[in-house]
Design a protein around this ligand. Structure first.
Ligand code: B12
Ligand code: SF4
Ligand code: SF4
Length: 383
């Protein structure tokens, strides 16, 4: 079949199965992006995908020999709270917050499903052709491919912004050996706006430079180590990811609520879980409750760690019993240390007593230091 006619059929099919945007581009290496990838790698940021081979990250043909084109797709997800059951009036329980993309069914599964349907459709029309699909973890630079395929542009917050859905889209792509005619890139629509830069609480967006991943809360909240006290304070109530630089984007505000994809819907409790419940979750209970979301990717510890920090930031006195329990008996020193920090912010006699008791039995110097700080005492001089 003529590639141009095939392209139209593939586009129509993709829209019919709920893909919001689709674009086509060639499979040439993204050589102008190599310096960004190398710089990110040299900065020592790991988080899985950043440690990939830079040559593979920019070159579709490293993933499919004989690659001729890339089909980039975007699926819109709810950019606000469309399906929430508000808490009971008068509820006094403190809650944390999952970022929007980490709620509902894991987008990796949803986008991969669509890509597989498109792959099978192409194979039914062009038997013997080859295609591989990727979502997020597949090494290739997804935003750069989406820009080249005309889905949107690089916003100043480094995300792909589409004219219709703003940046509330998740991306995926099919690398194929069919020479589809390419689409044209769009003009950058940011204009003079810099709302995302001003709104970032961590001052992590430096225009023309990389995102500062030591500060970006989307990155910090994936971690398992003890953040610096200054960073803890700006982490707010975020349990996994951060949406602030997207929430202020005029394109995202204009897009409103995209609410027609049942897979991405969620309950209020899933989006804003009660902190005391998170603090006492076993590994098994965490998997049962959040295993279907992308927010479970890094496991229970980052979410619980961030819940302890959120409790401190919110001065959530309803969490004192759970924080005391962590300080007394959690095997993870990072959680014990942060529980001491959070208890120190409560201004409550129960919290103060728990810190004084813990000082008698704690053995880890870093945790002892946090307890001392929490009690308002001078630094621990060491053994
Ligand atoms: C590693 C990673 C992260 C890291 C680092 C993010 C980052 N910006 O690099 C962390 C954990 C922080 C992260 C956070 C988030 N992520 Co993320 N992440 C990725 C991943 C796996 C790789 C990104 C990457 O390659 N970075 C490497 C560096 C070098 O690239 P970069 O920072 O994007 O830099 C580019 C710009 O500088 C750009 N550029 C900008 N302007 C210009 C102009 C010119 C002329 C040129 C040449 C280049 C250029 O070129 C660079 C290279 O492409 C992608 C999936 C994938 N495989 O691509 C998802 C992905 C980017 N993440 C995604 C999402 C949703 C998020 C979060 C919104 C989640 C959340 N709510 O917390 C946040 C957003 C934070 C932010 N402001 O960017 C989506 C983005 C969708 C979209 N609309 O763009 C992706 C595409 C996953 C997906 N399949 O949907 N993420
Ligand atoms: S995700 Fe949050 S911390 Fe990171 S750049 Fe955006 S607003 Fe800043
Ligand atoms: S907030 Fe403004 S500068 Fe940032 S991505 Fe959106 S349009 Fe671009």
């Amino acid at each position: 079949m003529d590639p141009a006619a095939l392209k139209e059929k593939v586009k129509a099919y993709a829209y019919s199965i709920g893909v919001n945007k689709i674009g086509f581009t060639d499979a040439e290496a993204l050589t102008e992006h190599l310096p960004f990838v190398v710089r990110r790698r040299e900065a020592g940021y790991r988080y899985g995908i950043n440690e990939g081979d830079p040559a593979k990250r920019i070159d579709p043909s490293r993933h499919l020999p004989g690659a001729k084109s890339v089909i980039s797709i975007a699926l819109a997800y709810p950019g606000a709270d469309p399906v929430v059951v508000a808490p009971q009036e008068g509820e006094a329980l403190s809650r944390g917050r999952f970022s929007l993309i980490s709620r509902g069914r894991d987008y990796h599964v949803v986008v991969s499903g669509k890509l597989e349907q498109i792959r099978e459709y192409i194979l039914s029309l062009v038997p013997g052709s080859s295609a591989v699909h990727m979502v997020d973890t597949g090494e290739i630079l997804e935003k750069a491919l989406a820009v080249k395929a005309g889905l949107g542009w690089f916003g100043r917050n480094t995300l792909l912004v589409t004219p219709e859905y703003g940046s509330w889209v998740c991306l995926g792509e099919l690398i194929t050996d069919i020479p589809f005619p390419p689409d044209l890139p769009l003009d950058n629509g940011c204009g003079p706006c810099s709302a995302c830069i001003s709104a970032c609480p961590a001052n992590a967006i430096r225009e023309g430079e990389d995102l500062d991943l030591d500060r970006c809360l989307a990155c910090v909240t994936l971690g398992k180590s003890m953040p610096e006290p200054k960073i803890r304070e700006i982490m707010g109530d975020n349990l996994y990811g951060c949406d602030i630089c997207q929430q202020v984007c005029p394109y995202n505000k204009k897009a409103g609520q995209i609410n027609d994809r049942p897979e991405f819907l969620y309950s209020y409790d899933e989006a804003y879980p009660v902190l005391k419940n998170i603090l006492s979750l076993s590994n098994k209970a965490f998997r049962e409750r959040f295993g279907h979301t992308s927010g479970a990717w890094r496991g229970r510890t980052p979410v619980q760690r961030n819940a302890v920090i959120a409790a401190g930031n919110l001065v959530a006195r309803d969490t004192i019993p759970e924080l005391v329990n962590i300080l007394d008996s959690d095997p993870r020193p990072v959680l014990r240390g942060l529980a001491a920090w959070a208890l120190g912010r409560m201004g409550d006699p129960r919290a103060f007593q728990a810190l004084a008791d813990a000082l008698e039995i704690e053995k880890d110097p870093a945790v002892i230091e946090e307890i001392m700080q929490g009690l308002g005492k001078k630094s621990f001089p060491g053994p």
